[in-house]
Write a protein that binds this ligand. Structure first.
Ligand SMILES: C[C@H](OP(=O)(O)O)C(=O)O
Ligand SMILES: [Mg+2]
Length: 298
């Protein structure tokens, strides 16, 4: 199994700057932890833009829409434009409208937060559940009448998850064989500002187990996520690099898309997963400690 090239000297970083015209970035764990920016990130992104590089942000975090993510970038002082931002909530909405072609009279039952609702709305898809306070009330199976127009259940990170939401989603999916089961992403954890927390994959897991059925995943490493980028951004895969902190989402996404891959160790993946006996079979092309190391290319 080949080992990743560990970057360490200025000339190696400078060579990457020359070699790649488009730089795709994961967000959580690469740019920030929660609302805490990783030091050096702003300088590196400014360096790339100064060198006329295309910058694209590809995040599995479905709690924010592209528009509300722009607000986060602005608040953290990171230059970003809405059309450079691609989130798994957007990918899920595009999947339902363009790939699954959910009939216009059908609705989506949402396990998730405002960002997912905003992207569904932008795609013209009606939904229920989500942040509706009624869904936080105790579930009463005797009085629950499933909406016959629900044609899909979409599950993303939902920090207000409840048994009632699981019961409604389970009922829609188990009583209607045509009801689609979609997961925005399957990250088991995510790096908050205060350490690891359960991710969207941990939210959809109980449904998978109860149903004995896996969802269609629209976030990294799924192809539909890269298809969303391709539909809006013109790039040459041979001159594009994906920068991520998680092997089984970001790096797999880049490899599957024919992109070069750079793993940073400021997020989920730790040294032991890329070196030694426990190393993963998913091998990035390059590894460096932090995105900030690219400042050496200046
Ligand atoms: C971890 C993931 O976000 P990303 O790292 O893809 O920005 C998520 O928040 O579920
Ligand atoms: Mg990440």
């Amino acid at each position: 199994m080949t080992a990743p090239a560990r970057l360490s000297i200025a000339s190696e970083y400078a060579a990457l700057l020359v070699q790649f015209d488009t730089w795709m970035f994961d967000c959580d764990g690469v740019l920030w932890h929660g609302d805490r920016l990783i030091p050096g990130v702003i300088e590196v992104l400014a360096l790339l833009r100064k060198n006329d590089k295309k910058v694209v942000f590809v995040t599995n975090n479905a709690t924010k829409s592209r528009r509300s993510y722009k607000g986060k970038f602005d608040a953290l002082g990171v230059e970003a434009h809405v059309d450079e931002i691609f989130g798994s909530a957007y990918a899920a909405a595009v999947y339902l409208s363009s790939v699954a072609q959910l009939p216009k009279d059908k609705k989506v039952y949402v396990i998730g937060q405002a960002g997912l609702e905003e992207e569904l709305h932008e795609e013209g898809i009606a939904f229920l559940g989500g942040t509706d306070p009624a869904d936080a009330l105790p579930f009463d199976a005797a009085s629950f009448t499933p909406d016959p127009n629900v044609g899909a259940v979409v599950c993303g990170l939902d920090t207000a998850i409840s048994y009632a939401k699981y019961s409604k989603a389970f009922t829609y999916l188990s009583t209607n064989p045509d009801c689609l089961f979609v997961a925005t992403n399957e990250d088991s954890t995510y790096p908050s500002a205060h350490g690891l927390l359960p991710g969207a994959g941990a939210i959809s897991a109980p449904l998978r187990y109860a149903l004995g059925r896996d969802p269609v995943c629209t976030g990294k490493p799924a192809k539909v996520m890269l298809d969303c980028v391709k539909a809006k951004v013109n790039y040459d895969p041979k001159r594009t690099i994906m920068v991520g902190d998680r092997l089984n989402t970001d790096i797999l996404f880049g490899k599957a898309g024919g992109l070069a891959t750079l793993l940073v160790l400021t997020g989920i993946t730790q040294e032991a997963e890329i070196n030694g006996p426990g190393a993963s079979h998913i091998v990035p092309d390059y590894v460096t400690q932090s995105l900030a190391d690219l400042r050496a290319a200046a």
